[in-house]
Design a protein around this ligand. Structure first.
Ligand SMILES: [Zn+2]
Length: 264
């Protein structure tokens, strides 16, 4: 029996999205290790850059074989939750909670499900404009001011974005600062994943720095709306900002937009 489905938009094929049969799937040994390592991180109050116990200690601590331990650590490493220093004196360190990694994982799901870029962009605009509204609604005016002031000057630092990585972290930094004001870590982490995924795709197909000046101006107006606590202005400015971003990228994106969301 063919497992192919047609989603209805131009005959795009994808794997059907399951209704939730894996909710109670038992964990594999490596996943149990990963969970236990994360519990250690939280129960010891460890932070980014802190060392985890040595391999020998963890083998004893978690009562598993070396293979399961390494596989479990790999699962966390792929998510950026830990980093592993190789070689003598090396070992696992606590990593970061980064929506970019969640975005990459989501892209795999979207790709296999046959999701279109239009669907991704719709989710992205919905998520970012919701974050902007929630940020403006944050009752802590001092926190809004502290987070948005760096983006009110509109200074364009030409040196800083010679390096694409520096430019990307700067641009994403604004959206991250705004998301942190939303006051809900679940919404912050999950909603930002769309933006990080879109940013990753844009950076892969073209040089996003060419549109820098237009975006800085958008950010300035957005920062002001959040600072003013103007929820509806923040929401609609974000919608038009992302529409600008999209228009400026459309030519570079070209044929990519006709296909499914890629898992890059
Ligand atoms: Zn932006």
């Amino acid at each position: 029996m063919s497992s192919k489905v047609t989603s209805g938009d131009g005959g795009r094929a994808g794997i059907p999205i399951a209704a939730g049969g894996s909710v109670l799937r038992p964990l594999k040994a490596a996943e149990v290790v990963a969970r236990d390592v994360v519990r250690t991180v939280r129960s010891h109050g460890l932070c980014t850059g802190d060392g985890l116990p040595s391999e020998a200690e963890m083998l004893k601590l978690y009562g598993v074989g070396r293979e399961s331990l390494r596989e479990g650590l790999r699962l966390l490493e792929v998510q950026g939750m830990i980093s592993i220093r190789r070689g003598p004196g090396g070992g696992p360190l606590v990593g970061t909670v980064d929506s970019a990694n969640l975005g990459r994982l989501q892209a795999l799901y979207f790709h296999l499900a046959g999701a279109s870029y239009d669907e991704l962009f719709e989710a992205w605009i919905f998520a970012e404009s919701t974050l902007a509204r929630l940020a403006a609604a944050n009752p802590d005016a001092a926190a809004r001011e502290a987070a948005m002031t760096p983006y009110l000057s509109g200074d364009v630092d030409d040196v800083a974005h010679d390096d694409l990585d520096v430019y990307m972290s700067g641009h994403e930094g604004f959206h991250g600062a705004l998301a942190a004001l939303a006051g809900n870590r679940v919404i912050q982490v999950t909603f930002r994943a769309y933006g990080q995924l879109v940013a990753h795709h844009f950076a892969t197909v073209g040089d996003v720095r060419t549109i820098h000046a237009a975006l800085v101006d958008d950010h300035l107006r957005l920062a002001q709306a959040v600072l003013d606590g103007d929820e509806s202005a923040a929401e609609s400015l974000m919608e038009s900002h992302l529409a600008n971003v999209l228009n400026l990228h459309k030519e570079q994106l070209g044929d990519l937009l006709d296909g499914d969301v890629e898992w890059l």
